[in-house]
Design a protein around this ligand. Structure first.
Ligand code: HEC
Length: 181
């Protein structure tokens, strides 16, 4: 931080028009800083009770599944069904924030935040797609929602050493701007 040389500062002060000295009006009391709210549910319960049901609902209203009767397009056909999609996507969008709260974020300086933000934006994309009743975009948002789950689980749910599933932890760290461990 650089300071003005005193001479210049004094000259500037002199250049100000003289004002009558009236007492300053009392300042309104500063609003108290919001207290950090304690988290109520564990990550596991947020998953079980909020994230998973919302994601299942969203997926059940998007995409095409093939069954024995042939191709079955699950995209909504009524406003009430589109509203269900919008609502579940909204829950996912905010759930990303729940995962970033202090006390819940497992790794506040690492890729955890990136994955939680991916859930935020996938949820927002899901809301926009369902609001626009856009079939393809609803499907794309469903994939983005899925990717956010998959990536975070790959990194943060421990697996047995002989698991066939491999996750590139070094790449995650690099993406998050961290040195590989
Ligand atoms: C930012 C990280 C993150 C994201 C994003 C995420 N999860 Fe999870 N999830 C976890 C962690 C960590 C666990 C393990 C929690 C534990 O056992 O304590 C978990 C566990 C779960 C479980 C198991 C809960 C149980 O009963 O044991 C389900 C189901 C689940 N997640 C669903 C999802 C779905 C669906 C999505 C995407 C829509 C998702 N998760 C996105 C981190 C994440």
């Amino acid at each position: 931080m650089r300071h003005l040389p005193i001479v210049i500062a004094a000259a500037l002060a002199c250049a100000l028009p003289a004002v009558a000295q009236t007492p300053a009006p009392p300042k309104p009391a500063a609003a108290p800083a919001p207290a950090a709210r304690p988290t109520l549910l564990s990550v596991k319960d947020v998953m079980r009770r909020i994230v998973n049901p919302a994601a299942e609902t969203y997926w059940a209203h998007s995409g095409v599944v093939d069954d024995e009767k042939g191709s079955n397009d699950r995209a909504p056909t009524t406003q009430a069904q589109w509203d269900i999609s919008i609502n579940s996507a909204a829950q996912l969008a905010e759930a990303g924030n729940l995962l970033m709260m202090e006390g819940r974020a497992r790794d506040p300086n690492g890729p955890w935040m990136k994955y939680a933000q991916a859930l935020n934006s996938a949820g927002i994309a899901g809301m926009a797609a369902a609001t626009a009743k856009d079939h393809d975009k609803t499907f794309d948002a469903g994939s983005a929602i899925y990717d956010s789950c998959f990536n975070c689980h790959g990194r943060y749910i421990p697996r047995p050493k002989d698991s066939l599933y491999k996750h590139d932890i070094d790449k995650d760290l690099k993406d998050a701007g961290k040195a590989p461990k």
